[in-house]
Unconditional design. Structure first.
Lengths: 257, 305
């Protein structure tokens, strides 16, 4: 290779203006990592298609059966909830991708390269958390609002619809995105603890029964019996997520990579 | 400059690295040598802050790796060519590493050109051969133009052309005054690349020496001698205290006396010499002798029939 002799002496433009690396650099790096693997695109596509598609389907079926309902059950009619019902499936895609963002580094060995580049492990995990939580929030809000408006359009003319001006509706729809963001953060933290995809997914699916279901109160307009209420329920979920996140940050510093 | 002081690492009951102290100096290629399982990779992982030592410490330019503010500008490391996400394109793999240290993206193109991967930059790294993977790993190590470089078994999986390329690269990097630490379990490879050797076995220091001293100190020195009066010469040599064995081709294998003494002795006795060749034990033999007691897994040596 003729390049061999010039290799080391090739002028390094990198050395022109050295400056300390910042947390923002690590965030930019993590964003690049996330957007440059195909699994990100496919997982998020699955979340969007399933989240919106199922919501519309469920809304349509329910609206067509509306006139057949008993009058008592017509009172419990919650068009907001119906039109965002697909988020129950979308959340699985968000959770799985959040786990893969961390565990793929461990299974591939990339984590050693990543930690050699960013030995401040808190920064690495922090940047991953920030990037993925933000992506889950944006995608979650898109799914929630698109599903809501499409669902109402399908229901319209067949049954009573909801609009964002009604009490609790905007909170429920926007809250669906918040819930997915919190779930995404939880997935990253759980994965950082277990480092292995299968274990991470199993744990997260178990956690969907409790305590993360408390967070789903935020996504309902009509308050379910025995529930904590929207913000209290979401608060419980966030508290739990915070505990897992703090544990993950403490342990990643102490364990061998 | 890398400095290790009493580095010790335990994995359960196994002592992987046992009280290792050494310095890796700039300007030369230091070979880090030992049989498989000797603790080379574990030591390198501790240098990079990936594993915590149970005892002791290692610093780079006086600072612990985790305290480096821009690590890639100070230390470039290739630990494992497959330590990357196979679904990511080579360019993007290097880009995310560069970004994490605030290194401009144009440097990615530069290092891709240095290792000769510019034409496959947009291909997924998972489809790379081991040799291409090694080149990509080396590109990552060069990203920050660092003063300290570490390579763990860099020639593994490379074709002869690639091996020569890596060898030249290491030497060029050292010639520029950088600190270069290269691990290998192949003594012959180190003989061609390294100036200095750190030999370990079962986690313990065996030898910290220059390559020349290592060779000179090897116990297997002998001299090959041919003479038309071989029988007479052998007699004189034995009388002079040497150990002489006859080779199948009639030459004599002499140990315990150097070439000068043999020549003088022959001249004094009026005996003609047709060959007088100092035989260096091959590096591989010297290395095997040195690490015989510290090899983790022995082949049984003989096959019973």
């Amino acid at each position: 290779m003729s390049t061999a002799t010039t290799a080391a002496s090739a002028p390094a433009s990198a050395a022109v203006r050295p400056r300390p690396a910042h947390f923002a650099d690590v965030v930019r790096s993590e964003w690049t990592k996330l957007r440059t693997v195909r699994s990100t695109f496919f997982s998020l596509l699955a979340a969007v298609v399933l989240g919106i598609g199922l919501s519309v389907l469920i809304s349509a079926v329910a609206a067509h059966n509306y006139t057949g309902r008993l009058s008592g059950r017509q009172v419990q009619w919650d068009p907001t909830r119906l039109s965002t019902a697909g988020l129950g499936i979308a959340q699985l895609a968000i959770a799985v991708l959040g786990i893969m963002v961390v565990t793929s580094e461990y299974s591939s060995g990339m984590i050693r390269t990543s930690l050699a580049a960013v030995p401040r492990r808190g920064w690495l995990l922090g940047a991953k958390s920030v990037v993925y939580t933000a992506v889950a929030l944006v995608v979650g809000e898109i799914i929630a609002f698109v599903a809501f408006f499409s669902g109402q359009a399908v229901i319209s003319g067949l049954a009573p619809t909801a609009n964002l001006g009604q009490p609790g509706v905007l909170r429920a729809v926007a809250g669906s995105g918040l819930y997915l963001a919190a779930l995404g953060l939880l997935a990253v933290a759980v994965a950082a603890l277990v480092r292995q995809a299968a274990a991470g997914i199993a744990i997260l699916v178990a956690l969907l029964y409790w305590p993360t279901n408390a967070g789903q109160d935020l996504t309902n307009v009509v308050r379910a019996t025995h529930s904590l209420g929207p913000w209290a329920g979401f608060g419980v979920m966030c508290l739990f997520v915070a505990i897992v996140v703090v544990t993950a940050f403490v342990l990643i510093e102490r364990r061998d990579a | 400059m890398i400095e290790a002081r009493n580095l010790t690492k335990r994995f359960g009951a196994t002592l992987a690295v046992d009280d290792l102290s050494f310095e890796v100096k700039p300007g030369v290629v230091t070979g880090f040598l030992g049989p498989n399982g000797a603790g080379k990779t574990t030591t390198m992982r501790m240098i990079l802050g990936l594993d915590w030592p149970n005892d002791g410490a290692v610093t780079i330019g006086g600072r612990s790796y985790r305290d480096l503010s821009v690590p890639l500008r100070e230390v470039g490391a290739l630990l494992d060519a497959k330590a990357l996400h196979g679904g990511r394109m080579a360019y993007n793999h290097l880009l995310c590493l560069a970004q994490s240290n605030g290194i401009p993206a144009r440097r990615v193109d530069e290092v891709l050109a240095i290792v000769g991967l510019e034409t496959v930059a947009r291909r997924r790294a998972g489809g790379f051969s081991l040799g291409m993977g090694q080149r990509l790993g080396i590109a990552g190590a060069l990203l920050g133009d660092p003063g300290v470089l570490m390579f763990d078994e860099p020639v593994n999986g490379l074709d002869p052309e690639g091996i020569v390329w890596v060898r030249k690269l290491m030497r060029a990097l050292a010639a520029e005054g950088r600190t270069v630490l290269v691990s290998s379990h192949l003594m012959s490879e180190m003989a061609l690349t390294a100036d200095h050797l750190i030999v370990i076995g079962r986690g313990r220091m065996i030898r910290d020496t220059s390559v020349t001293d290592f060779l000179d100190s090897s116990s297997q020195q002998s001299v090959r001698v041919r003479s038309p009066q071989a029988g007479l010469l052998a007699e004189r040599l034995r009388a002079g205290g040497a150990v002489v064995t006859a080779d199948v081709d009639g030459a004599l294998e002499v140990t315990g006396m150097d070439g000068e003494a043999i020549g003088d002795l022959a001249a004094a006795g009026g005996l003609a010499l047709h060959e007088l060749t100092p035989q260096r034990a091959s590096l591989e033999e010297a290395f095997m002798e040195l690490t015989r007691d510290s090899v983790e897994y022995h082949a049984s040596g003989t096959v019973t029939s």
